[in-house]
Design a protein around this ligand. Structure first.
Ligand SMILES: *Cc1c(COP(=O)(O)O)cnc(C)c1O
Length: 231
């Protein structure tokens, strides 16, 4: 299977999942996750018309931004350390992984030096798994307030990584949880919360059924990676 074939298959599954719940594939933005993927493979996806790509390491993102076409929209999806934020300000379309007030402050300080507001998502740990990054649902309001209080940041929505479980109802519950948190906090004073970034290669169909409007997919398009799993 080529990247192009895989892409077509993934896009068709997104379409079917969206249609099952009365939506359209146009409501779901596909972010192709390119960690450990060669520029050649990325360019195959680019040639097939894809323009949204995501990286979870700051250095890898910067390297690829320099090498690849300028009209690519780059998303940062990985865990972000405060000492790395300065590299991420220019040219990144969306940061998916804000998970602490401390990170908000660090990012806002750097973003304020630029001219445009930096679009961000707050990452929520919906599964309670210890190994996952993301703020707990209880801690979410504090982070939302912190982001909203920063003139240089633009709050766009929420992101989660689903639990690694074969039990689809556990996975579905996590996505449903994120969707309901989005609805709840949108009503409670954060109208900018529109993006729901959830769903990866093994669970994106469930995520789309539960309302995802952004999915982050690597393996299903580019094949298995040797290292660098989800942070
Ligand atoms: C790696 C990664 C993905 C994509 O995972 P696949 O299983 O390869 O589709 C999505 N989101 C995040 C945060 C990741 O780190």
């Amino acid at each position: 299977m080529t990247v192009k074939d895989n892409l077509a298959a993934v896009r068709e599954k997104i379409r079917q999942s969206a249609v099952r719940t009365g939506r359209s594939e146009k409501d779901v933005e596909l972010i192709l996750v390119t960690k450990n993927v060669s520029p050649a493979a990325i360019l195959e996806a680019y040639a097939a018309g894809e323009r949204c790509f995501g990286e979870n390491r700051v250095q890898e993102l910067i390297d690829k931004m320099e090498k690849l076409p300028r009209d690519i929209h780059w998303h940062f999806i990985g865990h972000l350390q405060t000492n790395k934020v300065k590299f991420l300000i220019s040219g990144v379309t969306l940061i998916h992984s804000i998970d602490s007030v401390r990170l908000v402050r660090a990012l806002a300080g750097k973003a304020a030096e630029g001219k445009t507001r930096l679009p961000v998502l707050v990452q929520v740990n919906t599964s309670g798994e210890q190994t996952k990054f993301g703020v707990s649902p209880e801690g979410l309001p504090d982070v939302l307030r912190a982001v909203s209080g920063e003139e240089s940041l633009d709050l766009k929505g929420l992101m989660t990584i689903g639990p690694y479980s074969d039990n689809t109802s556990v996975v579905r519950d996590a996505f449903r949880n994120l969707a309901s948190l989005r609805g709840e906090w949108k009503d409670k004073g954060f109208p900018g919360l529109s993006v729901l970034s959830m769903g990866m290669s093994h669970d994106f169909e469930i995520a789309v059924e539960e309302g995802a409007n952004m999915v982050r997919i690597g393996t299903a398009v580019f094949g298995e990676r040797k290292v660098n799993r989800a942070a």
